[in-house]
Design a protein around this ligand. Sequence first.
Ligand SMILES: Nc1ncnc2c1ncn2[C@@H]1O[C@H](COP(=O)(O)OP(=O)(O)O)[C@@H](O)[C@H]1O
Ligand SMILES: CC(=O)OP(=O)(O)O
Ligand SMILES: [Mg+2]
Length: 412
Amino acid sequence: MDPRLEGEFIAVVNAGSSSVKLSMFSLHAREQVGSAPPLRLELHAQVEGLGTQPHFEARHADGSPAGQRDWPVHHLPHDQAIDHLVAFVQEEFPRIEMLGIGHRVVHGGTDFDQPVVVTPQVLSQLEALVPLAPLHQPHNLSPIRRALSGLPGLAQVACFDTAFHRTQPQVAQPYALPYALYESGVRRYGFHGLSYEYIASRLPEVSPRLAQGRVVALHLGNGVSACALERGRSIGSSMGFTAVEGLPMGTRSGSVDPGVLLYLMDQKGLDARALERLLYQQSGLLGLSGVSSDMRTLLASDVPRARLAVDVFVHRIVREIGALAAELGGLDGIVFTAGIGEHAQVIRQRVMAGCAWLGLVPQAPGHDQRPTPPHAATRLSADSSRCEAWVIPTDEELMVARHTYRVLAGGA
Ligand SMILES: Nc1ncnc2c1ncn2[C@@H]1O[C@H](COP(=O)(O)OP(=O)(O)O)[C@@H](O)[C@H]1O
Ligand SMILES: CC(=O)OP(=O)(O)O
Ligand SMILES: [Mg+2]
């Protein structure tokens, strides 16, 4: 056994709507550089396609395969996926000492603007937020609940997608609804904060100008959102009260006229559950195309509605960049991240073409290649471009590990 794999570890759980990811980070005090916690990824394991085609895959830090498995079913419960991941990790690392487990939790509401050690009291506060993130929060909380009872001595740290956006000015937070609703928590929270926080943490090394400037970061994954960063702090976002507002996503609609929902209730007899299914599971790229929620499939398809779905996707992103650039009072750069942002060159090129009016000049054709090292940033804009464009691969799990380390070290 590799001697590196003995010692102290932090585990990170990112339990999403259709996947569960478990990452193992070891601590190497000798490797501490500056204020960055001395964390090193040792293993990343995940079960994807829980509701369609469950597939398990584990990789070592260098990308080499550590294991894989398929299930001959179309639905694998989240708990079963977690059991499989935990058993796999225990077999891989039989002799380690766990310092704690960090969890990505989508919603922290108004109470949590920092990562927190989960107590039974905190857990019940987080459970009260389930209706605000029905696709995510129950899955985020289930592994915490199980760890609290199964591993009572081990710290569970919740890290929130909403927390990074608590710096937004007050004017960006209310809807123009009666103020009492705002006071009761019906307000714009913003999501994907761990991803944006990671991107902000990379900016000083990637582009000092952007670290000090005005940036629109685009998290284009299965969930899709945009965030306005001013000097690395969030001042605006496309997602609001729930992770369904804003841009079209894999299966979520993004913003629709609320009048559409009233019409569907009044005239088509849809109730709340039917609307939830419509907005969260049957819309977005899937609903428009009728083909798939997966961008790879749409880009390879000749079906006219698949093209329409991609066109609408790009159109809405370009429009959102304009809105966030206005919020920032100008734009120094855009950053692409997450599955589509990191891998779909054609989407990046079309979005950049829509930003010509903001002074964005792309590199000469052929230059937009994805970087080879997994976390390397790539510049997509010409050196002369007033507005820069970059790909920065995101790392929500590392951000959770950093927060967990800081909380456990007592310096949150
Ligand atoms: N090579 C690629 N080209 C185009 N799209 C891609 C590519 N690789 C992944 N994607 C897209 O990324 C999206 C998933 O993003 P990801 O960030 O992995 O999602 P999640 O939110 O589930 O973590 C899917 O639409 C997928 O098609
Ligand atoms: C908040 C959100 O949309 O998360 P995800 O991209 O994991 O679905
Ligand atoms: Mg995601």
